[in-house]
Ligand binder design. Structure first.
Ligand code: COA
Length: 325
């Protein structure tokens, strides 16, 4: 039996910071409201000339280096993003060229903020069926470039980041169980239009800019709490384990209230949960891999630890992965 195991992770966080005081200067809001309703204090913002692949390349290089392999050994590069540089080429091809990963196939996919778990699930299939040995899963987003800065209910939430992981064939236990899913009946709860013309969608945006992000905050919140708790429960059930076996849960960092309600539903306490949303906000698909990379850097994870990574996002989608480090 070949196992799929994360062998290296990396993250990239852009330098510029928007704190809550910045939002007080552009919309009718205040630090107290943002802190109490979201838990977010700061978000990092990509430079005007810095885009998804620029950040993805930086996180990917670190992940490959930490995995102790060469870029030529990668068999596949997949990039999850909702803010691509181009419709074509795929951002994964740009990353492939920058890394010199000449033997890797490359494609992009979109599962919004559930992107990293979806990517791990794809990697796990290719590795366990024996087709590939090393798959690079990289998630990057520049949501701040799609943010409606006239909409006080969304503009305060988002930051930019990239996170990456090399998933390799291993004899050791790695990604034990995954659970991904979607509820397309909630598709209009988070939207950002491409070519489609939709007067109703355009009209409901404060800026009337159809390509900016819009969402029904309360609907997403309700979905998120249940989806994360249920998906985590399912991966544990598949593995015949309980939360007592788990050292750390790394959730999607969308809103402290969502995480708090989800972990109460899971029946666990905050000491078992990795949180960094105060500093970075919601960085879309990059949230989970960049948090994982940070947790590794900070020594929060040791060999043999069991982890749950769990998220939700546009689609509406969800995903959870149970792994042994
Ligand atoms: N500052 C001050 N007031 C604000 C505000 C802000 N930044 N944003 C919204 N408000 C106001 C609203 O206008 C509303 O005022 P009203 O009662 O006079 O109409 C009030 O606060 C409550 O709004 P509501 O939308 O019910 O707040 P909420 O508690 O649901 O919090 C979100 C709003 C967006 C923070 C919250 O719904 C959320 O985080 N949702 C999930 C979003 C998410 O995770 N999306 C990403 C998916 S990957």
């Amino acid at each position: 039996m070949i196992n799929a195991k994360i062998t290296g992770v990396g993250r990239y966080i852009p330098e510029k910071v928007y704190d809550n005081a910045y939002f007080e200067s552009i919309v009718d809001t205040n630090d107290e409201w943002i802190t109490r309703r979201t838990g977010i204090k700061e978000r990092h913002v990509s430079a005007p000339d810095e885009f998804t692949t620029d950040m993805a390349i930086k996180a990917a290089k670190k992940a490959v280096e930490n995995a102790g392999i060469t870029a030529e050994e990668l068999d596949l590069i997949i990039l999850g993003s909702v803010t691509p540089d181009y419709f074509t080429p795929a951002g994964a091809c740009v990353v492939q060229a920058a890394l010199g990963a000449v033997n890797a196939a490359a494609f992009d996919y979109n599962a919004a903020c559930s992107g990293f778990i979806t990517g791990l699930t794809i990697a796990k299939q290719f590795i366990e069926n024996g087709m590939y040995k090393h798959v690079l899963v990289v998630c990057a987003d520049v949501l701040t470039k799609a943010t409606d800065y006239a909409d006080r209910s969304t503009c305060i939430l988002f930051g930019d980041a990239a996170g990456a992981a090399v998933v390799s064939a291993s004899e050791e236990t790695g990604i034990i169980a995954v659970d991904i899913g979607a509820d397309g009946t909630g598709a209009t709860a988070i939207t950002q239009l491409a070519y489609r013309e939709d007067a109703e969608e355009t009209e409901k945006r404060v800026s009337h800019n159809k390509s900016s992000i819009w969402m029904a905050g309360q609907t997403v919140m309700k979905f998120a709490v249940k989806a994360m708790a249920d998906a985590s429960g399912r991966v544990l059930e598949k593995a015949g384990l309980t939360y007592d076996d788990v050292a750390l849960v790394i959730p999607h960092q969308a809103n402290y209230r969502i995480v708090d309600a989800a972990i109460k539903r899971m029946g666990i306490t905050e000491d078992k949960v990795f949180l960094n949303l105060e500093k970075y906000g919601n960085t879309s698909a990059s949230c989970i891999p960049s948090s994982l990379a940070q947790a590794v850097e900070e020594g929060r994870i040791k060999k043999g630890d069991k982890l749950i990574l769990v998220g939700f996002g546009g689609g509406l989608t969800w995903g959870a992965a149970l792994l042994e480090w």
